[in-house]
Design a protein around this ligand. Structure first.
Ligand code: ADP
Ligand code: MG
Length: 724
């Protein structure tokens, strides 16, 4: 029974490091080689067609049919030239992963031959039989028609021998069934709102887009060890395991030298990513043993999110070549750090200006303050919705667990900017100051380079880091589109309100700059409670946050309520992002995924305990009993086998506890399963079923410590975390 663990350990010890050769020693030689990007479009399209598609991309206009035909032909000849045989619409359904359905280019002809075909229609639209993707009841299975539609703003790419076309996924009745549709809508609302506000400062600005740089944390584990842990391969995390004697307490892993096998993997994975145009730049060890991070250079947000989804896929595929498994789960191992995905976000104009970068002149600083303070106000107003957008059963292990940002949304600015805002708040802006010169004196100086990294607060969920905000609470396996849709949406909504407030003052006769400053000042005051510079992990902060009226919702089913609140309803209606039907459907999908994942974990616990752990414990116990009997037969006194008797009794105690608690857990599951109301079912799973996990685990881990190592069947934490 214990064979599989030792077999796995043997496999690991016999590994050799595969030789990895990047396509060229210069990244610029191969970066984006597998992407049908602008450069290739230019090469493969007529000048007219090229201009047509660029216009469509930039203005978001639909692409005429004849143009789609030309682009399809160009894509096909590029892809065939690179050995492609199939194409697929690549999309992001609400399962959280990406989906594809491959079709061959090949088509038979009437004369018995065959040609390679790819039409404009096939590029523009497909109807995957999508009845088994989550739709929250929008799409009944009998009207199983959803369709995918080409998103030309994200370039097509080649994966293995398949041409992948990024698409949106909508129901036949037009409702969004994916992550991309709402994101694109939010970006368009943001563009308009931000450009309108930019025009107070610069009439030349025509477009504002969000930029995003995603830091991706992950764990690596040898595939043989992974396969010997059914909890890992069924749920993505270990449900049992006594903490390793050595773990992260020496803090010797972070930024340490990268082990050889891992280094080879990273190089290989990076080369694949770079070929796909994912601009990976950074790699390093993370805090926990076997935990690592990679990060690309930031990009336009829609592309950055596509690239992160693609990257997670590439990481997984390349890992197989190296006999590794990538763990993207937020909390694969209890007792050591989990993984997140920091979302570095800012706003950039078509003229190349970062709106969250403090400027050189006071006027520029007023512009910076406008976007800076509106972002703070937006997060203050809709903190609960932002919290909801990062909720998942996995992330519940991190948020508020004193290793990741707390479940309380707050904003860290750094002392300098905090002081600047305080100064504005308390300054007296006299309405009599009508002279520009004097007004500018009312704006404190903002240093252009803010010393962020050293003093910036790692315990904050939303921190300003020099020229961008960093949402640090996103889970490592999440699709960033969910929180980024919310962030862009609430900032857009806030900017609209800002413009309304400023215009009102201007209409009353106030000078423009003064009006701007007056509204900024008011917003600073109104949103003050969300700013926090202290230790987000402390109990004192929980108390203070409560006194400040900030929400602290620790679990997903309740955090998700914010998706359907009255305030959110108004936000969604005013911005047109989700219809009530879509919002309800999404809420339902998330609750459904939440309780089902707990259901799976509960089942895996039950099975492993009964089929693997208890038998191992009993096998050892029987050996001890034999031993005691033998000693007795020799006529030795009971002192000689006191230790054995003690272990025998302890094993029985643990086994009994585990067995009874698993039965009770199964009972609670049965009760929860028949609860009609989905929200209540999810809450019961969380509060009544999940509450058994920890006590059961405690006793299993005690057994792990008692039982003869050679009989223990599951790879131990020390092996999972340290043997490579
Ligand atoms: P950290 O100290 O958090 O590791 P880095 O400076 O290495 O920060 O950047 C982390 C990520 O933030 C990278 O992906 C980087 O490209 C991205 N980033 C930098 N500037 C911006 C910006 N203006 N907008 C969005 N992302 C940015
Ligand atoms: Mg960071």
């Amino acid at each position: 029974m214990s064979n599989i663990r030792f077999k796995a350990l043997q496999d690991v010890l016999s590994r050799t490091i595969p030789e990895v050769k990047p396509p060229s020693s210069k990244i610029s030689d191969y970066f984006g080689a597998n992407v049908f990007d602008k450069k290739k479009m230019k090469e493969y399209l007529s000048t007219e067609a090229y201009q047509g598609i660029i216009n469509s991309i930039e203005k978001g206009e639909p692409i005429p049919r004849d143009l789609a035909e030309q682009i399809a032909a160009a894509m096909k000849s590029w892809a065939l030239g690179k050995g492609a045989t199939h194409y697929t619409h690549w999309f992001q359904p609400l399962t959280g992963t990406t989906a594809e359905k491959h079709d061959a280019f090949f088509e038979p002809t009437a004369d018995g031959g065959a040609i390679e075909r790819f039409s404009g229609d096939a590029l523009a639209q497909q109807e995957p039989d999508a009845s088994s993707f989550p739709s929250g009841g929008i799409r009944n299975t009998f009207e199983a028609r959803g369709y995918t539609a080409w998103d030309p703003s994200s370039p097509a790419f080649l994966m293995a021998r398949t041409l992948c076309i990024p698409t949106v996924f909508v129901s036949y009745t037009g409702e969004a069934l994916d992550y991309k549709v709402p994101l694109l809508k939010a970006l368009s609302v943001l563009d308009k709102a931000a450009v309108d506000v930019c025009h107070y400062f610069d009439k030349g600005i025509e477009k504002v887009n969000a930029s995003l740089g995603i830091e991706q944390e992950y764990f690596l584990v040898d595939i043989a060890l992974f396969n010997a842990r059914p909890d890992l391969y069924l749920t993505g995390r270990t449900l049992f395991g006594h903490i390793s004697a050595k773990n992260q307490q020496l803090e010797d892993h972070y930024f340490g030298s990268i082990p050889g096998r891992v280094y080879a993997y990273m190089q290989d994975m990076e080369a694949e990513a770079l070929l796909l145009g994912i601009p990976l730049k950074t790699r390093h060890n993370e805090v926990a043993p076997s935990q690592f991070e990679c990060a690309p250079i930031y990009e336009e947000i829609n592309l950055a999110i596509d690239h992160n989804q693609l990257l997670m896929d590439v990481m997984d595929r390349v890992a197989r070549r190296h006999n590794f498994k990538v763990l993207l789960h937020e909390k694969p191992y209890a007792g050591i750090n989990g993984s997140g995905k920091h979302n570095n976000w800012s706003l950039i104009t078509n003229t190349g200006k970062n709106l969250l970068s403090p400027g050189k002149t006071p006027k520029n600083n007023l512009m910076f303050l406008t976007f800076f303070v509106n972002t703070i106000k937006a997060v203050y107003e809709h903190a609960d919705l932002l919290r909801a957008s990062i909720s998942s059963v996995n992330n519940d292990h991190r948020l508020g667990a004193n290793e990741a940002p707390p479940a309380i949304i707050s904003i860290f600015l750094g002392s300098q900017l905090n002081d600047v805002l305080d100064e504005i708040e308390t300054s007296r802006i006299s309405k009599k100051i009508k002279e520009d010169n004097l007004l500018w004196q009312g704006i404190p100086k903002i240093p252009q380079i803010l010393p962020d990294n050293t003093d910036r607060n790692r315990t904050s969920p939303f921190a300003f880091t020099g020229n961008k905000f960093e949402l640090r609470a996103v889970g490592s396996s999440a699709n960033s589109a969910s929180p980024m849709t919310v962030l862009n949406l609430i900032v857009a909504d806030q900017l609209k309100k800002f413009k309304y407030d400023v215009d009102k003052l201007i209409k009353k006769g106030e000078k423009k700059d003064l009006a701007l400053l007056m509204v900024i000042k008011r917003y600073i005051k109104e949103s003050k409670n969300i700013r926090f510079e202290g230790n987000g992990y402390s109990d004192a902060w929980e108390k203070e946050a409560e006194a400040r009226g900030l929400a602290n919702i620790k679990t997903t089913p309740k955090a998700l309520d914010a998706m359907l609140s009255e305030k959110t309803d108004i936000l969604f209606a005013e911005t047109g992002i989700f219809t009530p039907r879509e919002a309800h459907a999404r809420h339902e999908i998330l609750l459904d995924a939440f309780y089902k994942k707990l259901q799976i974990e509960a089942r895996v616990i039950g099975e492993l305990v009964l089929n693997v752990i208890i038998p191992a414990a009993i096998a050892y116990q029987s050996k001890l009993i034999e031993n005691v009997k033998g000693l007795k037969d020799l006529g030795l006194s009971s002192d000689t086998y006191a230790a054995q008797l003690d272990i025998i009794t302890k094993i029985s105690e643990h086994v009994n506890f585990i067995k009874t608690n698993v039965e009770q857990m199964v009972n609670e599951r049965k009760k929860a399963n028949v609860i009609e109301d989905l929200r209540q079912r999810a809450i019961d799973y969380d509060e009544k079923v999940k509450s058994f996990f920890q006590p059961i685990r405690y006793h299993v881990d005690k057994l792990e410590q008692l039982v003869d190592d050679t009989l223990w069947p599951l790879p131990k934490f020390r092996e999972l975390l340290f043997i490579k």
